[in-house]
Structures are given as structure tokens and as C-alpha cells.
Design a protein around this ligand. Structure first.
Ligand code: ADP
Ligand code: MG
Length: 420
């Protein structure tokens, strides 16, 4: 909640009329300050959204808008949606040779799920098809989502969650254990030591990290670099794991992966093979890709999930005041799906976010990330990127539970992200 600063103090500590509010830049009625200010704050939120939309239709973005509109129209065509979904399923199956026969695909986690009381073949099939293939996935997901997505009943779901939580010993634990758990966190180097230091040693697993900034500030370049670096050995700053890249803007370029691999003397063919790529054509598709991801993480040894960019589809599809609430609701669920994946599988989730200029801010940073408070609440670490001189970029940690708000400078070169 923003603080209300009131001018008009008469010197003896008592407020006099008028109650001039610096934030609203207007007088408040005596006795109604809080109410009026709250209304002002709500109006401002709506105004922000309107400003965003207006900016999105500026000349520069005209082309993107057209493309999104086309996609939106296409998406209305059911056949195309089905086609996209089919091709998505095919490509994911090709990508990791998912075995259709779930019975033959029983690994450790599935065995654990199968051992829960009351789980027969039918229940197991439903759970696995909906992506709930481990005790963690069942224990960490809200019951309403399990019910909706698996088709299981309320009572069964409640029983399964309770049993999973008991088996995982979920409850209170001492801070010492939390500290031990924190020590197990792995990190991916960004390629720049300065940027790594800023992030407390690199991109950490078990978290959702958001990079936001204007166009060409290097968000997509960092995402490419992380896909390469995640595959390095732990000593080299990697996770010895693979990457899953969800591309909503069509800006993934294998050429860049080749360049970045070669700059580190890596076999680019191998690096490319270990990046699972999914192009999201609309927000539904994007949500679906993340749901599908749950089924391939283990098999493909995925240690990094990228969503570049997180909300562009949500933004173009949910236009106008009336749809704002439902947009935030879907976005919230999508972000929680991602956050859960990071916690359940101990992997790093990194998302990018656009910013929109806020012309009403005359001091400080005139830009703000999109997605409102929902994105800010779900991101564990938020990094703001801006341009420096030439190939230099400046990163600033804006919000992190254990990092100071400081800055680092790095460079984008043909070989990738390096120190400046
Ligand atoms: P965004 O923040 O919009 O995702 P990008 O990550 O795509 O921005 O960054 C684009 C910038 O990356 C370009 O302006 C350029 O400075 C740099 N860049 C892209 N490709 C190369 C390359 N092959 N060699 C050097 N710099 C590059
Ligand atoms: Mg980009």
C-alpha cells in the first residue's frame, strides 16, 4: 500500500484544510482521505493498463500488433488450434520419444505415486496424463487444479494430497534444515562474472527469475546464453542439464546458439540437440506447453526453463478494462505452474518481461514492467535491464529476498554475454 503524504500541517501537528495529497496531487475531503486515496490508486492501476495498451499501438509496434491480431484470428479457428495442439504433441513426443504406454514408463516418482493409498491403474493414468507424476507435484498443487486437470474427484484428490504431504514430511522444519537445503542450490553462469556476482553467483535453481527491460536490452540474448551455459559442467558454471525454451515472440535463433557454443569451443550440434524448443502461438498454447513440460523434465534432464517473453500473448489477447481481471487470473495460474516446476524439480525458471513507459512519472525510472503485481509477487528475483554505451548493458537487481539492490555492467557480443 502506498503511503499518503499530506501537506497542510499547520505546525502544531494538527492537519488543517485543505488536505493536499502529494501522490494524488489534489485535495482530499476531511475524513475521507483513505477512501479517496484508495479509489485514486485503483483508477491509476486501470490508467496504467490503458497507457500500456496505447503504447503498444505506437508506430514502432504496429507490425507486432498486426502479427498478434493475425494470430488471434487464427486462434479463433478451431481447426488451426487443433492443428497447433497436435503438432505440439507430436513435436514434444518426437523430442523425447515419450512412450505412450504409461505402464512401461514407471520410474521412481511414478512408483511413489502408485504407492499412495487408493491409487489404481485408472487413477494413476489420470494423474500422469495431467502431469502429476510425482509426490511433489501432487503435494504442491492446489486441490482445485488437480481436480480440474486430472478429472479426479474431490475426496480422492484430498486423500492423495494428504498422503503425499505425509510421505514428503511437509510441515514445519528448523531453519538449519532450510539452510542445508539452500546450500544444495545450483547456479548457472550468465557468461559475465559481474552479472553472476550481482545475482549471488548466477541464476539459481528452485527459483523464478525475471529479466525485464525495453526492446534490445539483451533479454533474449541472455536466454540463449543460459541455454548453452546450463549444459556446462558444474565446475564451468553449468548444471549439466538441458534447457526447455518457450518462445512466444518467435525470436529464438539457433544461429546464436551456434555462435555462443563456438565461442566456448563446444560442439554446437550437441548443444542444439539438448535444447527442447516450443513455439507458443497464443496464451492458451503457452499454458499448455508449460503443463506438457512436467512430463518431459525428467526424461530430458531439463534443468532450465525459459519463457521469452512471459506476457506478450496475455497482453495482446486480453485487451481492455473488462478483461483485466481474467488476464491476471490466467497469468497468475501460469506463473504458479512455473514456480511449482522450479520447486518440484529443482530447476531454474527464467522469464522475460517487456516494460512500458509510464509518462506520468517525472522522476526516477520512467518505465515499469508489465503484468502488474502478479508477476512481481511470483518472481523470486527480478532484474531490470537497460542500455549502456554500444554493446554494454546494465543490469539491476530490483527485488530479491537476499540480494542488495545493486547494478552490474555486461556486454553482448557475437560470442554471447561477457564482462564489459
Ligand atoms: P530484447 O531485450 O528485446 O530481447 P535482445 O536480447 O534480442 O533484446 O538483444 C538485441 C541486441 O543484442 C542487439 O541490439 C545487439 O546489440 C545484440 N546482438 C544480437 N545479435 C548479436 C550478434 N550476433 N552479435 C553481437 N550482438 C548481437
Ligand atoms: Mg526479446
Amino acid at each position: 500500500m502506498t503511503t499518503v503524504e499530506i501537506d497542510g500541517n499547520n505546525g502544531n501537528g494538527k492537519m488543517t484544510e485543505p488536505y493536499y495529497c502529494i501522490e494524488c496531487e489534489r485535495n482530499h475531503t476531511k475524513g475521507k482521505i483513505y477512501k479517496e486515496h484508495l479509489k485514486y490508486a485503483q483508477d491509476e492501476d486501470v490508467k496504467d493498463e490503458e497507457v500500456e495498451i496505447e503504447l503498444f499501438t505506437s508506430e514502432d509496434d504496429e507490425e507486432i500488433i498486426e502479427a498478434f491480431k493475425e494470430l488471434g484470428q487464427e486462434a479463433e479457428d478451431e481447426e488451426i488450434v487443433e492443428e497447433i495442439e497436435d503438432s505440439l504433441e507430436d513435436s514434444l513426443e518426437d523430442a523425447d520419444n515419450i512412450d505412450d504406454n504409461i505402464e512401461n514408463d514407471i520410474d521412481e516418482c511414478v512408483v511413489a505415486v502408485k504407492s499412495l493409498p487408493g491409487v489404481g491403474e485408472a487413477t494413476l493414468n489420470k494423474l500422469i496424463k495431467a502431469g502429476f507424476n510425482s509426490l511433489e507435484a501432487i503435494a504442491y498443487t492446489p486441490p482445485s487444479i488437480i481436480i480440474e486437470e486430472s478429472g479426479l474427484g474431490e475426496k480422492t484428490t484430498a486423500k492423495l494430497i494428504k498422503a503425499s504431504m505425509e510421505k514428503l514430511n511437509i510441515g514445519f522444519k528448523s531453519a538449519e534444515i532450510v539452510w542445508e537445503d539452500r546450500k544444495k542450490i545450483d547456479r548457472i553462469s550468465t557468461g559475465s562474472h559481474e552479472l553472476d556476482d550481482l545475482l549471488g553467483g548466477g541464476i539459481e535453481t528452485g527459483s523464478l527469475i525475471e529479466f525485464y527491460g525495453e526492446f534490445r536490452t539483451g533479454k533474449t540474448q541472455i536466454m540463449h546464453q543460459l541455454c548453452v551455459n546450463a549444459q556446462l559442467s558444474k565446475e564451468q558454471g553449468g548444471l549439466e542439464g538441458n534447457a526447455l525454451y518457450i518462445d512466444t515472440e518467435g525470436t529464438f535463433r539457433p544461429e546464436r546458439i551456434v555462435q555462443m557454443s563456438e565461442a566456448q569451443d563446444l560442439d554446437h550440434a550437441k548443444i542444439l540437440k539438448n535444447i527442447v524448443y516450443g513455439r507458443a502461438y497464443n496464451s492458451d498454447h503457452q499454458i499448455l506447453l508449460v503443463k506438457e513440460a512436467a512430463n518431459i523434465i525428467k526424461k530430458k534432464n531439463i534443468k532450465l526453463i525459459i519463457v521469452d517473453s512471459l506476457i506478450s500473448h496475455f497482453r495482446s489477447e486480453y485487451i481492455g478494462r473488462g478483461t483485466l481481471a481474467s488476464r491476471q487470473q490466467f497469468l497468475n495460474r501460469h506463473l504458479h505452474d512455473l514456480l511449482r516446476l522450479s520447486e518440484i524439480h529443482h530447476l531454474a525458471v527464467v522469464v522475460t518481461n517487456q516494460v512500458s513507459a509510464k509518462p506520468d512519472v517525472f522522476y526516477g525510472n520512467p518505465t515499469t514492467h508489465t503484468g502488474g503485481h502478479i508477476v512481481a509477487h511470483c518472481s523470486t528475483i527480478r532484474v531490470y535491464l537497460r542500455k549502456g554505451k554500444g554493446e554494454q548493458r546494465i543490469a539491476k537487481v530490483v527485488d530479491a529476498p537476499n540480494l542488495p539492490e545493486s547494478e552490474a555492467v555486461f556486454c553482448i557480443t557475437e560470442g554471447g554475454i561477457i564482462d564489459s
